[in-house]
Design a protein around this ligand. Structure first.
Ligand code: ADP
Ligand code: AMP
Length: 214
Protein backbone atom coordinates (compact mmCIF):
# COMPACT_ATOMS: atom_id res chain seq x y z
CA UNK A 1 0.00 0.00 0.00
CA UNK A 2 1.44 3.35 -1.10
CA UNK A 3 -0.08 6.32 0.71
CA UNK A 4 0.61 10.03 0.24
CA UNK A 5 -0.23 12.58 2.91
CA UNK A 6 -1.43 15.94 1.59
CA UNK A 7 -2.25 19.04 3.60
CA UNK A 8 -0.94 22.41 4.72
CA UNK A 9 2.18 22.63 6.87
CA UNK A 10 1.06 21.80 10.41
CA UNK A 11 -2.12 20.01 9.31
CA UNK A 12 -1.00 16.84 11.07
CA UNK A 13 0.51 14.86 8.18
CA UNK A 14 3.52 13.69 10.18
CA UNK A 15 1.42 12.83 13.24
CA UNK A 16 -0.92 10.66 11.17
CA UNK A 17 1.82 9.22 8.94
CA UNK A 18 3.64 7.83 11.99
CA UNK A 19 0.44 6.15 13.17
CA UNK A 20 -0.24 4.72 9.69
CA UNK A 21 3.33 3.39 9.48
CA UNK A 22 2.99 1.66 12.87
CA UNK A 23 -0.43 0.15 12.16
CA UNK A 24 0.21 -1.08 8.63
CA UNK A 25 3.90 -1.93 9.19
CA UNK A 26 5.19 0.21 6.34
CA UNK A 27 8.02 2.78 6.38
CA UNK A 28 7.26 6.44 7.04
CA UNK A 29 9.19 8.62 4.62
CA UNK A 30 9.27 12.31 5.52
CA UNK A 31 11.31 14.53 3.22
CA UNK A 32 11.32 17.23 5.92
CA UNK A 33 12.85 14.74 8.38
CA UNK A 34 15.42 13.68 5.77
CA UNK A 35 16.46 17.31 5.22
CA UNK A 36 16.61 18.02 8.96
CA UNK A 37 18.82 14.93 9.49
CA UNK A 38 21.12 16.19 6.70
CA UNK A 39 21.27 19.64 8.30
CA UNK A 40 22.13 18.09 11.66
CA UNK A 41 24.90 15.99 10.06
CA UNK A 42 26.28 19.00 8.16
CA UNK A 43 26.03 17.36 4.70
CA UNK A 44 26.18 19.32 1.43
CA UNK A 45 22.51 18.53 0.81
CA UNK A 46 21.66 19.79 4.28
CA UNK A 47 23.53 23.06 3.71
CA UNK A 48 21.72 23.65 0.42
CA UNK A 49 18.28 22.68 1.80
CA UNK A 50 18.65 24.90 4.88
CA UNK A 51 18.88 28.10 2.85
CA UNK A 52 15.41 27.42 1.42
CA UNK A 53 13.83 25.93 4.55
CA UNK A 54 14.82 28.89 6.74
CA UNK A 55 12.99 31.22 4.35
CA UNK A 56 9.85 29.07 4.30
CA UNK A 57 10.48 28.18 0.65
CA UNK A 58 10.41 24.76 -0.98
CA UNK A 59 13.71 23.05 -1.67
CA UNK A 60 14.11 22.83 -5.50
CA UNK A 61 12.55 19.73 -7.10
CA UNK A 62 15.91 18.46 -8.38
CA UNK A 63 17.23 18.17 -4.82
CA UNK A 64 14.17 16.25 -3.64
CA UNK A 65 13.09 13.88 -6.39
CA UNK A 66 16.20 11.67 -6.69
CA UNK A 67 16.36 11.36 -2.94
CA UNK A 68 12.82 10.00 -2.75
CA UNK A 69 13.20 7.76 -5.81
CA UNK A 70 16.32 6.17 -4.25
CA UNK A 71 14.44 5.63 -1.01
CA UNK A 72 11.48 4.01 -2.81
CA UNK A 73 13.86 1.56 -4.47
CA UNK A 74 14.96 0.22 -1.10
CA UNK A 75 13.82 -3.24 -0.06
CA UNK A 76 11.66 -2.12 2.88
CA UNK A 77 9.37 -0.13 0.53
CA UNK A 78 8.43 -3.22 -1.48
CA UNK A 79 5.13 -3.70 0.36
CA UNK A 80 4.35 -0.01 0.62
CA UNK A 81 5.18 3.19 2.40
CA UNK A 82 3.59 6.39 3.62
CA UNK A 83 5.02 9.54 2.06
CA UNK A 84 4.80 12.66 4.23
CA UNK A 85 5.71 16.03 2.73
CA UNK A 86 6.29 14.62 -0.74
CA UNK A 87 5.15 15.35 -3.40
CA UNK A 88 4.78 19.11 -2.84
CA UNK A 89 4.68 20.26 -6.47
CA UNK A 90 3.11 18.94 -9.69
CA UNK A 91 6.55 18.09 -11.19
CA UNK A 92 7.32 16.07 -8.02
CA UNK A 93 3.99 14.21 -8.36
CA UNK A 94 4.73 13.45 -12.01
CA UNK A 95 8.23 12.23 -11.15
CA UNK A 96 6.77 10.00 -8.43
CA UNK A 97 4.22 8.47 -10.82
CA UNK A 98 6.99 7.79 -13.34
CA UNK A 99 9.31 6.21 -10.76
CA UNK A 100 6.56 4.00 -9.34
CA UNK A 101 5.44 2.97 -12.83
CA UNK A 102 8.94 1.74 -13.61
CA UNK A 103 8.69 -0.44 -10.47
CA UNK A 104 5.25 -1.72 -11.56
CA UNK A 105 3.62 0.18 -8.68
CA UNK A 106 1.31 3.16 -8.15
CA UNK A 107 0.00 5.48 -5.45
CA UNK A 108 -3.07 3.87 -3.87
CA UNK A 109 -4.36 6.71 -1.68
CA UNK A 110 -3.73 10.44 -1.45
CA UNK A 111 -5.07 11.43 1.98
CA UNK A 112 -5.72 15.16 2.29
CA UNK A 113 -5.73 16.32 5.92
CA UNK A 114 -7.89 19.45 5.79
CA UNK A 115 -7.26 22.21 8.34
CA UNK A 116 -8.17 25.88 7.73
CA UNK A 117 -5.33 28.43 7.74
CA UNK A 118 -6.64 30.05 10.97
CA UNK A 119 -5.93 26.83 12.93
CA UNK A 120 -2.52 26.32 11.38
CA UNK A 121 -0.75 29.21 13.10
CA UNK A 122 -1.81 27.89 16.55
CA UNK A 123 -0.77 24.37 15.60
CA UNK A 124 2.69 25.46 14.46
CA UNK A 125 3.29 27.88 17.33
CA UNK A 126 2.72 25.05 19.82
CA UNK A 127 4.65 22.38 17.91
CA UNK A 128 7.82 21.22 19.62
CA UNK A 129 10.43 18.95 18.05
CA UNK A 130 12.98 16.79 19.83
CA UNK A 131 16.58 17.77 19.06
CA UNK A 132 17.63 14.15 19.56
CA UNK A 133 15.19 11.97 17.59
CA UNK A 134 12.97 14.49 15.79
CA UNK A 135 9.75 13.33 17.49
CA UNK A 136 6.98 15.92 17.33
CA UNK A 137 4.78 17.13 20.16
CA UNK A 138 2.35 19.96 20.83
CA UNK A 139 2.31 22.05 24.01
CA UNK A 140 -1.48 21.68 24.30
CA UNK A 141 -2.69 18.91 21.95
CA UNK A 142 0.11 16.34 22.24
CA UNK A 143 2.16 17.21 25.35
CA UNK A 144 5.15 15.25 26.65
CA UNK A 145 4.83 13.46 29.99
CA UNK A 146 7.54 15.68 31.47
CA UNK A 147 7.64 19.30 30.29
CA UNK A 148 10.38 19.99 27.74
CA UNK A 149 11.68 16.39 27.65
CA UNK A 150 11.10 13.95 24.78
CA UNK A 151 9.05 10.87 25.84
CA UNK A 152 10.96 8.67 23.40
CA UNK A 153 14.64 9.56 23.88
CA UNK A 154 14.83 12.07 26.75
CA UNK A 155 16.17 14.79 24.39
CA UNK A 156 15.36 18.50 24.72
CA UNK A 157 12.53 20.11 22.78
CA UNK A 158 12.72 23.15 20.51
CA UNK A 159 10.46 25.37 18.41
CA UNK A 160 11.59 24.75 14.82
CA UNK A 161 13.02 27.91 13.20
CA UNK A 162 10.53 27.54 10.37
CA UNK A 163 7.61 27.34 12.84
CA UNK A 164 8.06 30.96 13.92
CA UNK A 165 4.95 33.00 12.95
CA UNK A 166 6.60 35.06 10.18
CA UNK A 167 7.88 31.92 8.43
CA UNK A 168 4.59 30.05 8.92
CA UNK A 169 2.73 32.73 6.95
CA UNK A 170 5.26 32.40 4.12
CA UNK A 171 4.98 28.59 4.18
CA UNK A 172 1.19 28.79 4.00
CA UNK A 173 1.41 31.04 0.93
CA UNK A 174 3.87 28.65 -0.69
CA UNK A 175 1.51 25.77 0.16
CA UNK A 176 -1.46 27.45 -1.53
CA UNK A 177 0.54 28.34 -4.63
CA UNK A 178 2.58 25.21 -5.20
CA UNK A 179 1.17 22.28 -3.24
CA UNK A 180 -2.61 22.77 -3.15
CA UNK A 181 -2.90 22.05 -6.92
CA UNK A 182 -2.00 18.45 -6.05
CA UNK A 183 -5.49 18.03 -4.58
CA UNK A 184 -6.97 18.35 -8.09
CA UNK A 185 -4.18 16.22 -9.53
CA UNK A 186 -5.06 13.28 -7.27
CA UNK A 187 -8.81 13.91 -7.52
CA UNK A 188 -8.47 13.49 -11.27
CA UNK A 189 -6.49 10.30 -10.70
CA UNK A 190 -9.47 9.06 -8.63
CA UNK A 191 -7.48 8.36 -5.45
CA UNK A 192 -8.07 11.52 -3.38
CA UNK A 193 -9.46 10.93 0.14
CA UNK A 194 -10.39 13.91 2.32
CA UNK A 195 -10.28 13.81 6.12
CA UNK A 196 -11.22 16.50 8.66
CA UNK A 197 -7.92 17.43 10.30
CA UNK A 198 -9.52 19.73 12.86
CA UNK A 199 -10.70 16.75 14.93
CA UNK A 200 -8.66 15.14 17.73
CA UNK A 201 -5.60 13.15 16.66
CA UNK A 202 -7.33 9.79 17.39
CA UNK A 203 -10.53 10.81 15.57
CA UNK A 204 -8.56 11.83 12.48
CA UNK A 205 -6.77 8.49 12.61
CA UNK A 206 -10.09 6.63 12.84
CA UNK A 207 -11.25 8.41 9.68
CA UNK A 208 -8.04 7.40 7.94
CA UNK A 209 -8.21 3.73 8.94
CA UNK A 210 -11.83 3.76 7.74
CA UNK A 211 -10.42 4.62 4.33
CA UNK A 212 -7.31 2.42 4.28
CA UNK A 213 -9.06 -0.57 5.87
CA UNK A 214 -8.44 -2.49 9.11
P1 ADP B 1 2.66 18.39 9.53
O1 ADP B 1 3.46 17.11 9.47
O2 ADP B 1 1.45 18.37 8.64
O3 ADP B 1 3.50 19.62 9.34
P2 ADP B 1 2.42 17.75 12.39
O4 ADP B 1 1.96 16.31 12.35
O5 ADP B 1 3.83 18.00 12.80
O6 ADP B 1 2.06 18.51 11.00
O7 ADP B 1 1.40 18.53 13.37
C1 ADP B 1 1.59 19.93 13.63
C2 ADP B 1 1.38 20.18 15.13
O8 ADP B 1 0.00 20.00 15.45
C3 ADP B 1 2.16 19.24 16.03
O9 ADP B 1 2.59 19.94 17.16
C4 ADP B 1 1.14 18.15 16.40
O10 ADP B 1 1.42 17.57 17.67
C5 ADP B 1 -0.18 18.91 16.39
N1 ADP B 1 -1.30 18.13 15.88
C6 ADP B 1 -1.30 17.19 14.90
N2 ADP B 1 -2.54 16.71 14.67
C7 ADP B 1 -3.37 17.38 15.52
C8 ADP B 1 -4.80 17.35 15.78
N3 ADP B 1 -5.60 16.54 15.09
N4 ADP B 1 -5.27 18.19 16.71
C9 ADP B 1 -4.45 19.02 17.41
N5 ADP B 1 -3.12 19.11 17.22
C10 ADP B 1 -2.58 18.29 16.29
P1 AMP C 1 8.09 19.56 6.62
O1 AMP C 1 8.85 18.92 7.72
O2 AMP C 1 7.39 18.56 5.74
O3 AMP C 1 7.16 20.65 7.11
O4 AMP C 1 9.17 20.27 5.68
C1 AMP C 1 9.99 21.32 6.17
C2 AMP C 1 10.61 22.06 4.99
O5 AMP C 1 11.45 21.16 4.22
C3 AMP C 1 9.64 22.63 3.97
O6 AMP C 1 9.13 23.90 4.36
C4 AMP C 1 10.53 22.73 2.72
O7 AMP C 1 11.41 23.84 2.79
C5 AMP C 1 11.37 21.46 2.83
N1 AMP C 1 10.74 20.32 2.13
C6 AMP C 1 10.27 19.16 2.69
N2 AMP C 1 9.77 18.36 1.77
C7 AMP C 1 9.88 19.00 0.57
C8 AMP C 1 9.52 18.71 -0.76
N3 AMP C 1 8.90 17.56 -1.08
N4 AMP C 1 9.80 19.62 -1.73
C9 AMP C 1 10.42 20.78 -1.43
N5 AMP C 1 10.78 21.13 -0.19
C10 AMP C 1 10.52 20.27 0.82
Amino acid sequence: MKVIMLGAPGAGKGTQAKKIAAKYQIPHISTGDIFRANIKNGTELGKKAKTYMDQGLLVPDELVVDLVVDRLNQEDCKNGCVLDGFPRTIPQAEALDKALKSLGQKVDYAVNVEVPDENIVTRMGGRRACVGCGATYHLVYAPTKEEGICDTCGGGLILRDDDKPETVTKRLNVYHEQTQPLIDYYAQAGILKEVDGTKDIEDVFREITGILGE
